[in-house]
Design a protein around this ligand. Structure first.
Ligand code: HMG
Ligand code: MG
Length: 304
């Protein structure tokens, strides 16, 4: 596997949206700056959603404006509807992400409407974005299982993926929101969805709740997928998905990819520093195994 893999860093959005301790705008900007400096140039930095639903993402407009000086960066934000689009555009968004689900139960819990209605809500958003030259990414949650509806059939995911693709999304990110997938299921999922959307336009967004995310990514890579969503330190989770923990950790992904001979362009020392800084702000140790191992190694080297 010597080709390149694109990593989309999720820490400042998915990572922080579920944290009990809200992180203020200045610290979120500093986090993005550190991640960018570590070589992560595509970063999801916020969400234009209801402040009642996700108070942690308040001030996403200031975060987006505050990182605009990082030349060469691609900064993504979540947008659920036209109101969110207005705010994202006013803050200078160049890439937005709409987010649907593969299950009715999660769709209602997360965005207060069913799947078909969510697609209708996205239509004017995507149409306006296209006219404005703004690129639109599309998420599908609960692709490998739902906390409300249970088992999800790959074909159900493929159907939603097809709709988002036909709407005009340039990439479809497949979210194992509650991290229940296993490599066989991930493989079957990618095969099924690739029947509707070219593999090159699929991203793997796997949470690590059951410790399967790296194995699932590897299985997906064997199927040909080359885009990975990950969060520094393994931060993350969704408040509307009971039991969901963080995204696969960026450190763990980078370590695996470099071991496979896939260059990531990420400086592990700088990434670890970013993870340690945000972890001390929110008051807990990183979930990443690689971060824990490197921190322990560094302590030993200092004689601690
Ligand atoms: P709703 O209640 O159906 O919307 O919420 P509404 O149009 O009836 O409006 C209700 C209130 O929300 C109104 O305010 C609106 O102005 C306001 P009020 O009059 O009550 O004061 N409102 C907004 N405010 C700010 N920005 C907006 C916006 N829209 C309406 N864009 C809505 C629908 C989608 C807005 C709501 O349910 C919501 O914000 N949900 C948040 C969902 C969310 O952010 N979830 C986490 C991210 S998704 C995720 O983590 C999964 C992912 O990582 C992939 C994976 O892992 O699977 C992407
Ligand atoms: Mg997620």
């Amino acid at each position: 596997m010597s080709e390149t893999v694109r990593i989309i860093e999720m820490g400042p959005r998915d990572g922080l949206q579920n944290e009990k301790t809200p992180v203020d705008v200045a610290d979120r900007i500093a986090f993005v700056e550190q991640l960018f400096d570590a070589g992560l140039h595509t970063i999801e930095v916020g969400a234009f959603v209801s402040a009642k639903a996700i108070p942690q993402m308040m001030g996403s407009d200031q975060v987006l404006r505050g990182v605009s000086h990082l030349t060469g960066g691609e900064f993504h934000v979540l947008v659920p509807n036209e109101k969110g689009y207005d705010a994202a555009r006013a803050a200078g968004a160049r890439v937005i992400s709409v987010f649907a689900a593969a299950s009715e139960g999660f769709s209602r819990a997360n965005i207060n409407c069913g799947i078909a209605e969510s697609i209708e809500r996205f239509k004017p958003v995507v149409a306006r974005a296209t006219a404005d030259g703004v690129r639109v990414r599309g998420y599908i949650s609960c692709v490998l299982g739902c906390p409300f509806d249970g088992e999800i059939k790959p074909q159900a995911v493929a159907d939603v993926a097809k709709q988002l693709w036909e709407l005009g999304c340039y990439e479809i990110s497949l979210g194992d929101t509650i991290g229940v997938g296993t490599p066989l299921k991930a493989r079957q999922l990618l095969r099924a969805v690739a029947g509707s959307v070219p593999m090159a336009h699929l991203a793997m967004h796997f949470h690590d709740t059951y410790g399967q995310a790296l194995a699932n990514l590897y299985a997906g890579m064997e199927e040909g997928a080359r885009v990975i969503d990950a969060a520094a330190g393994g931060l993350g989770g969704c408040p509307f998905a009971p039991g969901a923990t963080g995204n696969v950790a960026t450190e763990d992904v980078v370590y695996m990819l470099e071991g496979l001979g896939v260059a990531t362009g990420v400086d592990m020392t700088k990434l670890l520093a970013a993870t340690n800084a945000i972890s001390s702000l929110i008051g807990r140790a990183p979930a990443s195994r690689v971060a824990a191992a490197l921190n322990a190694k560094n302590r030993r080297a200092r004689g601690g």
